[in-house]
Design a protein around this ligand. Structure first.
Ligand code: CUA
Length: 333
């Protein structure tokens, strides 16, 4: 009995934990936008059709042997086989009923969700890199990384590219997914119905840090979006303390500027994320670490600790240099 109770308790805990995980996961079964809702409908149609076929086949599997056993055996005359009839029913008739429904619904879903946003709507250019996302707002002329801010209730067109291998752009709660393919431009329309932060994830295996290639879509009210645009368009803040000024020098001397851009300064590297408004972002390394001064320090000294294989090399700095550099980086708001 104690064993049973323990098993029950363990099972219950597992269920509770599973419940928590579902709550936090960016599930396509919790859609928050038009396209995602249509995809969810298609998912449920496929689920219930699949469940019906599963129940039917399982029932036949159980009924078959039971009926066979009741038949009298050995009276000489061979029973006429009903095998061919079942093969036609299960292999031809049933698929002919089910597959066209799924096919039709899929085509309809594609037509409804493809390009409901166009060039006249807000466009965001998202270029995939191993393993982070470059985010450009062409109409406003600025670049950020790994965080996409959009106005709520407005269709947005994502213009998707890749700088190296095939990646895939997926925000399960807002839309279906589509690949970022080198040498090609794909578009994806999405719209958020409610303000909030929606987690996105690279959905095509692209190397060792594929799982740490996350991004976030923050949907905000129109006025807040306009404010955000204005703030992002500004060039970087000029260092205004002695330590920040020293940090800006370290930034150039240590080689950061070769890979990163800080607009309004000489730093115009194109290999890594744009750092002009670094502190407006929540995470470092495409969702790998929280963007705080402490984590930033660890990341600068050795990014390979938390994201092995990332292109950013370790930067050996003495404590004063690091302090100054962090003062400068955290002033980039
Ligand atoms: Cu990029 Cu997986």
């Amino acid at each position: 009995m104690p064993l049973l109770m323990r098993a029950g308790a363990t099972g219950g805990t597992a269920l509770l934990l599973a419940g928590c995980a579902v709550e936090e996961a960016p599930s396509m079964l919790q859609p928050s936008g038009f396209a995602a809702r249509v995809v969810e409908d298609l998912w449920w149609l496929m689920f219930w059709l699949g469940a019906a076929v599963f129940v039917l086949v399982t029932a036949l599997l159980v009924i078959g042997p039971l009926r066979g056993r009741r038949k009298p055996v050995g009276d000489g005359a061979p029973e006429p086989s009903r095998g061919p009839a079942w093969i036609v029913l299960g292999g031809v008739v049933l698929p002919l009923l089910v597959l066209p429904v799924v096919y039709g619904a899929t085509i309809l879903t594609l037509a409804q969700t493809s390009d409901f946003a166009g060039e006249d709507d807000l466009q965001v250019e998202v270029t995939a890199n191993t393993w982070w996302w470059d985010v450009r707002y062409p109409a406003s002329g600025f670049t950020t990384a790994n965080e996409i801010v959009i106005p709520v209730d407005r269709p947005v067109q994502m213009v998707l590219k890749s700088n190296d291998v095939i990646h895939s752009f997926w925000v399960p709660q807002l839309a279906g997914k589509i690949d970022n393919i080198p040498g090609r431009t794909n578009t994806l329309s999405l719209q958020a119905d409610e303000p909030g932060v929606y987690r996105g994830q690279c959905a095509e295996y692209c190397g060792t840090q594929h799982s740490r290639m996350q991004f976030f879509v923050r949907a905000v009210p129109e006025a807040e979006f306009e404010q955000w645009l204005l703030a992002q368009r500004r060039p970087a803040d000029v260092p205004d303390t002695r330590e920040e000024t020293a940090g800006a020098l370290v930034f150039n001397r240590a080689g950061c500027a070769a890979c990163h851009t800080v607009s309004g300064t000489a730093a115009d590297g194109q290999i890594g994320p744009d750092l002009t408004h670094l502190m407006s972002r929540e995470t470092i390394g495409a969702g790998t670490l929280p963007n705080t001064k402490g984590y930033l320090g660890g990341w600068v000294l050795d990014p390979q600790q938390s994201k092995p294989g990332a292109k950013m090399p370790p930067t050996p700095l003495d404590p004063q240099e690091l302090e100054a550099l962090l003062a400068y980086l955290t002033s980039l708001e």
